[in-house]
Ligand binder design. Structure first.
Ligand SMILES: [Zn+2]
Length: 417
């Protein structure tokens, strides 16, 4: 049983609480404290930002009810961030197993930042440090600063200071915040993307546990489609154009960050898996959403955002003057053969001129009506048809005749035409 234990500060990393415990014991060596905390062992998974059984080990040595394990996991580890892309039932299941001490760290958590080859870092904000000291008389490691790809303080907008360590070192040694977080000038020289990205990452940590993906709805991918990143193929396996996405990401974040997050190439299958929420680590969603300025609440909303492509198609189909297939394709910024795939996707019938079947029952439009004009008269009709948006004068003539007949004999409901 431990004789005392520090109360966690708001947003304090669990490992930080242990560091402060170590400081208060007065022990010279980390090993002495670790042995005391972990039943004689010299090494425990106490420094991971993701919860481990090491939390249960310590709480087991405290009077029951002093600290609540669920509260520790939700408010003092990166669990809510790392589990953001999981359905709520999976989150609750993982949380239950963690509380019971039976959880196994999921494999998708292993490689969350490919730059961290063997090294990692603890980060702090000089301004948060100042606030901590004036409020509590000491500082502590903040959970939010340890989110992968967090480079600036989302509260103060200055660059985070970094304390690098060899991976695993935090499981053998206490990096006491008061010793490592120095009183330094805040550095406000940051890139344009850093603050919006920090805000997104913060939201991924802070939003209620229930906020997450909804099966069948993906507003992130929809927003990219609306912005013209959609590939149009016969089968819609590949939704987004990976080359276009990569280029845009590199323009926004620079190639190095994109490589760290997505790997050497932004692969079509990666984007496909993002589209159906099967990429479980959150950083790629965060980068994509931040780039297009999509709020986390929109990304994870169960209510789909409008499909601008479908809207545009429907609007074109309702136009009074029918367009040609080529004309529609041009307006949709696709090739004519892709238009068929698009209509297929939305279950729409072809609506361009000449697409409609004739009304003589044969389905073909091969009967014609002739009208004679002099040269000037013909030119006048041609010009008028063009002005009205018809691609051919004959289309206009047929439209005009149909219109006159319709005006004379309006169709009434219930009457077969
Ligand atoms: Zn700060």
């Amino acid at each position: 049983m431990l004789n005392f234990f520090p109360t966690p500060y708001p947003g304090e990393l669990w490992y930080s609480v242990l560091c402060r415990y170590h400081m208060r014991t007065g022990h010279m060596k980390s090993a002495t404290t670790i042995q005391e905390l972990f039943d004689g062992r010299l090494h425990a998974a106490m420094g991971t930002f993701y919860p481990t059984k090491a939390i249960n080990d310590i709480l087991g040595q405290l009077p029951p009810g002093l600290l609540d394990i669920r509260d520790i996991i939700l408010n003092h580890t990166l669990f809510p961030y790392f589990y953001r892309i999981n359905p709520v039932e999976k989150k609750e299941q993982a949380l239950k197993e963690l509380c019971e001490g039976t959880a196994i760290t999921p494999t998708w958590l292993w490689k969350t930042d490919s730059s961290a080859n063997g090294t990692s870092e603890l980060r702090y904000c000089p301004l948060c440090r100042q606030e901590d000291v004036s409020l509590y008389g000491e500082t502590y490691w903040h959970t939010v600063h340890q989110i992968p790809f967090m480079s600036v303080c989302p509260k103060h907008g200055c660059r985070l200071e970094r304390i690098p360590f060899n991976r695993g070192q935090v499981n053998e040694k206490f990096f006491i915040p008061n010793l490592y977080c120095r009183d330094t000038e805040p550095n406000a020289d940051i890139e344009k993307y850093e603050m919006p990205l920090a805000k997104t990452l913060l939201a991924y940590l802070d939003m209620p546990l229930g906020v997450g993906p909804t099966e069948g709805v993906n507003n992130l991918v929809q927003a990219f489609c609306n912005k013209g990143y959609m590939t149009i193929a016969k089968r819609f396996n590949t939704i987004l154009d990976s080359d276009m996405v990569k280029k845009a990401l590199e323009g926004f974040y620079g190639p190095e960050l994109v490589r760290r997050c997505f790997g050497e190439k932004v692969m079509p299958y990666q984007l496909r898996r993002i589209g159906n929420w099967t990429v479980l680590s959150p950083e790629r969603y965060a980068l994509l959403a931040t780039m297009i300025g999509q709020a986390p609440r929109t990304t994870f909303s169960a209510k789909p955002i409008p499909d601008r492509i479908e809207e545009k198609l429907v609007k074109l189909s309702l136009q009074e003057v029918p367009l040609t297939k080529k004309g529609i394709a041009e307006k949709m910024n696709v090739k004519p053969h892709q238009l068929d795939f698009l209509l297929g996707r939305y279950g729409m019938e072809p609506f361009w001129s000449n697409a409609k079947k004739g009304n003589d029952g044969t389905g073909s439009m091969n009967k014609y009506v002739k009208a004679y004009y002099d040269q000037a008269g013909k030119a006048c009709v041609d010009q008028y048809a063009k002005k009205k948006g018809f691609h051919a004068t004959s289309e206009f003539v047929r439209y005009a005749l149909d219109r006159i007949m319709e005006l004379d004999e309006p169709k009434t409901p219930g009457t077969a035409s």
